[in-house]
Design a protein around this ligand. Structure first.
Ligand code: SF4
Length: 453
């Protein structure tokens, strides 16, 4: 069973092609794939400050723990300065004695500032809880030993499962809300919060699978102006639900690498990463050409402009058979949905289409559905994998296909709104395949004595 750590899976999320190079043994991938702390000594701060501080604060035998515990029982306006003084006296001075000789002055100053930021967050967190809990406050309930190794197995729909391993930076417990809080520190500015969020969501996936509790998270940026990025429990829940897609993608690349098979992989969307990547000149050859920019929207906007019906581009989504273009009519110029719909024939001619395109009003935009030039085949395996997170709670539900927006359409035979299904189509259009897929999808999720045909 393949076993990967969080950083490797995070690399795959940043660029699948880089991850494939990593699997193929290209060692230099890490140097530019995951940029760490740049000028800030991030790893050092992480190991010697965050790790050690949380270790002592989670250990009732340490002097620091006892000193902090004492001041927590009477939190007042001066708590923040008192907390900082206490941690400096019982922790930071020892750190300076041990390490200041080896560090450059600039680094020492950076570490000092970052330490204050970290302590400011901790004291705020403790203060909130201590004020509400009064005498029953227990410091030992809040801090947990840092960097514990967690391993969980992702059970995929294929034969191969994936073991995911991770060591979080620090964990705290919010005794008021009864929530686990993951703390992640970054020795740089908040310039890539989306990517950092995925990394934290991987830890959250591990924790929620092990404890059954969905955590919230705080990412602390130790340099720059914006200091914190908060991920609520609800947001985390939706991020965790997306993890199986990432894991399936990872497994697909591992399988291709094991079989030495060539595989089409998307380019990274991070242009800055591509700019400094040494594989630039070869990655299109290795993993497929870059998909050219879709030009359909330019044709549509140009046509409506010529017809004196100005519209704005509101994006597009690709389903397996259709591309849905989204337009916003310029209402200030009296462009209405009906006027756009009346131009469907003009659009058919301008876009060289065999059929009249479907134009409909949607919430906040007008959709125009245009068939893709090359249909994307949709296998039952793809559908089953993508469908798993939205599966209805029913033994007799099966995914019937994918909607234009990429969402999976379920049919639930238990649902009174689905009394019967009519399958129609010309010879060779796939009716039998559909029925067979439907039966397989039903049989996968039920025992032999639960289903009768
Ligand atoms: S050039 Fe960009 S897409 Fe290609 S491997 Fe490097 S980071 Fe990935």
């Amino acid at each position: 069973m393949p076993s990967l750590n969080v950083s490797e899976i995070h690399l795959c999320q940043r660029c699948s092609r880089l991850f494939a190079y990593h699997l193929a043994g290209k060692k230099q991938v890490w140097r530019f794939g995951l940029v760490g702390s740049e000028s800030f000594p991030g790893k050092f701060f992480h190991d010697k400050i965050v790790g050690q501080l949380h270790k002592k604060l989670s250990s009732p035998n340490s002097r620091l723990f006892n000193a902090v515990n004492r001041i927590c029982h009477s939190p007042g306006d001066s708590f923040h300065s008192l907390f900082l003084e206490t941690v400096e006296k019982h922790f930071f001075l020892n750190f300076l004695n041990k390490h200041s000789q080896k560090l450059e002055t600039a680094n020492l100053l950076q570490i000092g500032k970052a330490f204050e930021k970290w302590c400011a967050f901790l004291s705020e967190f403790i203060c909130q809880i201590a004020q509400k809990k009064g005498d029953t406050f227990l410091l030992s309930e809040i801090f947990y030993p840092p960097e514990q190794l967690i391993s969980q197995t992702y059970e995929s729909h294929s034969e191969i499962n994936l073991t995911v391993n991770g060591r979080y930076d620090a964990i705290m417990f919010d005794t008021q809300k009864k929530e686990i809080v993951i703390l992640e520190c970054k020795g740089r500015d908040m310039d890539r919060p989306d990517e950092d969020m995925t990394q934290v969501a991987l830890y959250a996936w591990l924790i929620s699978n092990q404890t059954g509790i969905i955590p919230r998270a705080v990412i602390l940026y130790l340099t720059g102006e914006q200091e914190r990025y908060l991920i609520s429990k609800d947001k985390m829940k939706s991020l965790i639900q997306q993890m199986p897609n990432l894991f399936d993608h990872v497994l697909q690349i591992i399988e291709a690498n094991t079989n030495k098979a060539q595989i089409l992989l998307p380019r990274s969307v991070d242009k800055k990463l591509c700019k400094r990547c040494p594989f630039q000149s070869r990655c299109n050859n290795d993993f497929g050409q870059e998909v050219p920019k879709d030009s359909g929207i330019d044709v549509i906007i140009d046509l409506f402009n010529k017809l004196k019906l100005p519209v704005f581009d509101a994006g597009h989504i690709c389903g397996p058979r259709f591309i849905r273009y989204k337009l916003k009519p310029d209402f200030s110029k009296k462009v209405t949905v009906t006027k756009i719909q009346n131009r469907a024939l003009d659009l058919q001619v301008a876009m060289n289409l065999l059929d009249i395109p479907l134009i409909q009003a949607q919430a906040g935009y007008v959709s125009i559905d245009i068939p893709r030039k090359v249909r994307k085949p949709l296998t039952l395996g793809d559908v089953m994998r993508k469908a798993a997170p939205t599966r209805p709670n029913s033994k007799v539900a099966f995914p019937i296909g994918m909607a234009i927006d990429g969402s999976i359409v379920w049919i639930n035979l238990n649902d009174p709104a689905t009394p019967s299904i009519l399958v129609g189509g010309t010879s060779g259009s796939g009716k039998s395949i559909l029925l067979r897929s439907m039966l397989i999808a039903l049989a996968i999720n039920a025992e032999p004595d639960e289903l009768n045909f």
